[in-house]
Design a binder for this molecule. Structure first.
Ligand SMILES: NC(=O)C1=CN([C@@H]2O[C@H](COP(=O)(O)OP(=O)(O)OC[C@H]3O[C@@H](n4cnc5c(N)ncnc54)[C@H](O)[C@@H]3O)[C@@H](O)[C@H]2O)[C@@H](O)CC1
Ligand SMILES: Nc1ncnc2c1ncn2[C@@H]1O[C@H](COP(=O)(O)OP(=O)(O)O)[C@@H](O)[C@H]1O
Ligand SMILES: [K+]
Length: 496
């Protein structure tokens, strides 16, 4: 598990730890880890040209002390000083180790022709110490101009604590920001390293333990790793039978959207569900049975559709491709009236946004799985762009408002549940941005719910497996939702 803490929490823990340690000890620990990571990226430190981008805070201080260690190992180190002040101790240490400092021009227009620009262009390695957790808002000038030069340079970039220009708590990016190949983060991960667009700027995230652990409370965000998912996955045993493995009720697809039913049922089947009890219109039942003959399917009686919904299920998936007509709404209400956990996706999310009490007043578990547009509908005065701009706060707000688990799909899938840390999925991939993959996801998570996983864990594990399956299915060309069927068992086997 990778844990992340909000900046305010990190600050508090750091001051508690600093009070017990000699002055500067934490920065030395951070710098040692940072220098080691730089050496790994460089492979050969001796003779390498290392350029530090140094802002006026302690993030710059870390870069300067790490640069000092690299200079002592034979690197040629230049520090480009950006901003009104510099960490004096760090700058003095670097100079005494043979490094040089170069001031960047204060005016953004002059940065491009400066000595600093020439140093950045000729570097073998750039170290981004412009701003860390003390950053607020988008990068100001001349930081922004220096970040742009770093982006245009050929050298790999190692970011100190986090890429400058990303918001540490949310991962939002306002204007230019550093794109790192490696981010070396100290004490704990920062939420913005796991959530796009910040995550996309961080590259490979390396963690340096500076001894903060005992001072930290529980995380605000978790990022599951393969071993965490392996612990969650249901594994059939000798005593298993189809009922114990989990029976999933599925009210998905319609005459208009038959594919949604085939995709969602397939997602559940290929994740190892014990049994799917499917209910739908006659034409859809035929399609589902043609592709998945193992489905236990019933045709809804047009005179009494609710009466023909299957019973004896451990969990429900409702909504994908089901439509918004009154009958679909009545069906959703009937399913939500059962005591089983319910995953409500797509059209069902839209219905819930108009009747929040359907979920709020439920005592059984509900998992909503909106994309950004659907989440915007769930929240008052919220546009899609607001959700995309701050995925973490938006999904947490929806979970609180509806008193249930919410999984927000998209560039980083994030799961929130009141009273628990949010979860960010690390396996997502833009390969999944194609019609129907969300239907498959609903089936995958439904299989986990039916097997007895709690909604937060089912959602997080489902997103992980789904993203990994997309990567496995991808052999260089584009993939479509049906390609996930064969890849899902491979993803599950890879996780173990
Ligand atoms: N506090 C501690 O105990 C430790 C802190 N460490 C480092 O210290 C960093 C935090 O240091 P600071 O609190 O000094 O803060 P930062 O160094 O992150 O940033 C503060 C400086 O950046 C400027 N700044 C803020 N937002 C800006 C923007 N948008 N554009 C341009 N300039 C901006 C501020 O005016 C200020 O001068 C951490 O990220 C980490 O790298 C590490 O040394 C480990 C120990
Ligand atoms: N840019 C992206 N990067 C990573 N994953 C994405 C991206 N865009 C969409 N996805 C994923 O693709 C799936 C799309 O689901 P959804 O929006 O419900 O589409 P559909 O209803 O067509 O199936 C989700 O799992 C979502 O997280
Ligand atoms: K930084």
């Amino acid at each position: 598990m990778r844990n992340a803490h909000a900046v305010a929490t990190v600050r508090k823990a750091e001051s508690a730890l600093m009070a017990r340690l000699p002055e500067g000890a934490l920065m030395q620990r951070a710098a040692a880890g940072l220098a080691a990571a730089c050496s790994r990226v460089l492979r050969r430190t001796y003779g390498a040209r290392v350029v530090l981008l140094v802002g006026s805070g302690d993030n710059g201080g870390d870069a300067l002390y790490a640069g000092t260690l690299l200079a002592r190992r034979g690197a040629s180190v230049r520090a480009v000083l950006v901003g009104s002040r510099v960490h004096e101790g760090g700058a003095a240490a670097l100079r005494s180790a043979g490094g040089r400092t170069v001031a960047a021009p204060r005016e953004a227009e002059s940065v491009g022709d400066s000595e600093a620009a020439a140093e950045i262009a000729a570097a073998d390695l750039l170290v981004d110490g412009l701003v860390g957790i003390g950053g607020s808002g988008g990068l100001r000038e001349p930081h922004s101009a220096v970040a742009a030069l770093a982006g245009a340079a050929e050298a790999p970039t190692v970011a100190v604590d986090l890429p400058s220009g990303i918001d540490a708590d949310t991962g939002t990016v306002d204007g230019p920001a550093v794109r790192a190949d490696v981010t070396v983060t100290f004490g704990t991960h920062k939420p913005g390293l796991f959530v796009d667009p910040g995550a996309g700027h961080a590259g490979v995230v390396e963690f340096v333990d500076i001894g903060l652990g005992p001072e930290l409370p529980g995380p605000s965000l978790e990022c599951l790793q393969a071993e965490d998912v392996a612990r969650l996955l249901p594994h059939p045993t000798a005593e298993s039978d189809k009922y114990r493995r989990g029976v999933l009720g599925m009210a998905v697809g319609s005459d208009r959207y038959r594919g949604a039913a085939v995709l969602a049922v397939g997602g559940a089947m290929r994740t190892g569900v014990g049994m799917v009890r499917y209910a739908g219109a006659e034409g859809v039942v035929t399609e589902v049975l043609n592709r998945w003959p193992e489905t236990v399917a019933s045709t809804l009686d047009p005179m009494d559709p609710l009466g023909s919904l299957p019973g004896r299920v451990a969990a429900w998936v409702v909504g994908p491709g089901r439509g918004l007509h009154p009958m679909a709404q009545a069906e959703l209400e009937a399913v939500l009236a059962t005591p089983q956990p319910v995953l409500a996706d797509a059209d069902a999310v839209t219905v819930v946004s108009k009747k929040p009490e359907l979920v709020r007043e439920r005592s059984a578990h509900t998992l909503l799985t909106p994309h950004a547009g659907e989440l915007a509908r769930l929240l008052p005065d919220t546009e899609r762009a607001d959700v995309e701009g701050d995925r973490l706060s938006s999904v947490a707000r929806a979970a609180d408002e509806y008193g249930c688990t919410v999984l927000l799909k998209g560039s980083t899938t994030v799961v929130a549940e009141p009273g628990h840390p949010a979860v960010a999925n690390p396996t997502g991939s833009p390969l999944l941005a194609t019609a129907g993959t969300g239907d498959v996801l609903a089936g995958v998570i439904g299989a986990f719910l039916a097997a007895g996983l709690a909604p937060r864990e089912a959602a997080a594990a489902g997103a992980y497996v789904h993203g990994l399956a997309a990567r496995i299915a991808h052999d260089g060309a584009a993939i479509s939702a049906s390609d996930l069927f064969d890849a899902l068992p491979l993803a599950l086997a890879e996780i173990g």
